[in-house]
Design a protein around this ligand. Structure first.
Ligand code: FES
Length: 231
């Protein structure tokens, strides 16, 4: 059996220049192109190839979400930006800004969140997380009047629990809800600083003490009366 003892590879071809049979005679066989050898090798040892590799990377589909336009009016947007500009340098500025926006607009609109996040260099998720944690901050506009009923201990000891149940029943709403006519929003509060005169509540900015269910009904009837001027 012959064996190869020398192989030169000049410029793409292999010269099987010399074979040495068992009898010691040298036999020149000839030359082959490298491609011929490769084809022959492939025939003898077929290889299962994967799909051909492309020089271009596969296309990535990047989802693009088109945000709906902000629901803020020009004046609401100005109020939010003014609160941010005025308070953003405070340590822990987020809550003061929420208070300022709610004071100006009656609630903190959801579309205020991106503006506040940008002003404080926070993510929207961070701002939304804090906003949704505190029930004090309303997400929807309140009724024309906001009634805060005290739920703290001193008032509870003198009838605030009964007053709370009566308020919910007669108005037909739960905490943070508004009556269907938009007249009254009911909110809980924990001490109004009027503990010796409980049960206490606050109608808009007016503090009321010793509020019985009957007195509550009288106050609510006044709030539902149309104001002079048509509001
Ligand atoms: S506990 Fe109600 S006012 Fe203080």
């Amino acid at each position: 059996m012959a064996r190869c003892v020398r192989a030169g590879i000049p410029s793409g071809e292999i010269n099987f220049a010399t074979f040495v049979p068992k009898n010691g005679w040298q036999v020149h066989v000839g030359s082959f192109e490298i491609s011929d050898i490769f084809v022959a090798y492939r025939r003898q040892f077929p290889v299962i190839m994967g799909p051909p590799m492309s020089s271009k990377p596969p296309r990535r589909v990047i989802p693009i979400t088109v945000e709906p336009p902000s629901s803020l009016s020009a004046s609401q947007r100005a109020a939010v930006l003014a609160a941010c500009t005025r308070l953003k340098s405070l340590p822990g500025a987020l809550l003061p800004i929420f208070h300022a926006v709610q004071e100006a607009l009656g609630h903190v609109p959801k579309d205020a969140v991106p503006l506040i996040a940008q002003a404080l260099n926070l993510s929207r998720a961070e701002v939304h997380g804090v906003l949704s944690f505190y029930h004090y901050f309303r997400k929807e506009p309140p009724g024309r009047h906001v009634v805060h009923v005290c739920r703290a201990e001193a008032c509870q000891a003198v009838g605030a629990v009964e007053l709370e149940a009566h308020a919910k029943k007669t108005l037909g709403i739960e905490w943070h809800g508004s009556t269907p006519d938009g007249a009254i929003t009911l909110e809980p509060v924990y001490c109004l600083g009027n503990c010796s005169l409980g049960p206490s509540l606050m109608v808009d900015d007016t503090l009321q003490g010793r509020v019985s269910p009957k007195r509550f009904d009288q106050l609510m009837a006044q709030l539902k009366e149309p104001a002079v001027g048509g509001t």
